[in-house]
Write a protein of this length. Structure first.
Length: 176
């Protein structure tokens, strides 16, 4: 039987399988028995079980303009291992310079909110809106970001766990 869970909402966890679908990598949320099974693993195979959803970054928001401190908020689809989520070593922020010489922007703090599955990064200095920065979230072994079940981040968009999430932070990333 599949014992893994998906989140339907930030406060309610739902088991995602039954004996008829556990060996097939197909999951059927409780209460939705008449609906077709969901393909929770999205093509990736997780050694921890056939019904594990892949671990992705769902959204990124950039907060703070003018004199306000900058905050980068990452939302994940699965709960994270708290110690790894709050480790500064799992995040890298650089200014992508016009001459292809990147400058590292130090991150002052990282805070993980388990209830909302969000990581809040606070750079040491404000990020000007005219700059393009690049954020990397490390999801590779041995020390990368993992779920509470131990599955590594599938950040490259290929569905394969154990890859980094890399994105540009631009004016378009601003959330008000």
């Amino acid at each position: 039987m599949c014992t893994h869970v998906l989140r339907q909402s930030p406060t309610r966890r739902i088991p995602v399988g039954n004996a008829s679908t556990a060996g097939l990598g197909l999951c059927r949320p409780v209460g939705f028995e008449s609906s077709p099974p969901l393909r929770a693993d999205m093509g990736s195979r997780n050694p921890r079980g056939p019904c594990c959803a892949r671990h992705d970054v769902v959204s990124l928001g950039r907060y703070g303009i003018h004199d306000e401190p900058t905050a980068l908020v990452l939302t994940f689809n699965l709960p994270l291992d708290v110690a790894r989520a709050e480790s500064l070593a799992n995040y890298r922020l650089v200014w992508a310079g016009p001459d292809h010489h990147d400058r590292v922007i130090s991150i002052r703090s990282v805070r993980y909110d388990a209830a909302s599955q969000m990581v809040i990064l606070r750079p040491r200095h404000r990020l000007p809106l005219r700059w393009t920065s690049r954020l990397t979230v490390f999801g590779t072994a041995p020390g990368g970001l993992t779920t509470t079940a131990g599955a590594y981040l599938a950040g490259a968009g290929t569905g394969q766990p154990g890859s980094d999430f890399v994105t540009a932070i631009t004016r378009k990333s601003l959330t008000r």
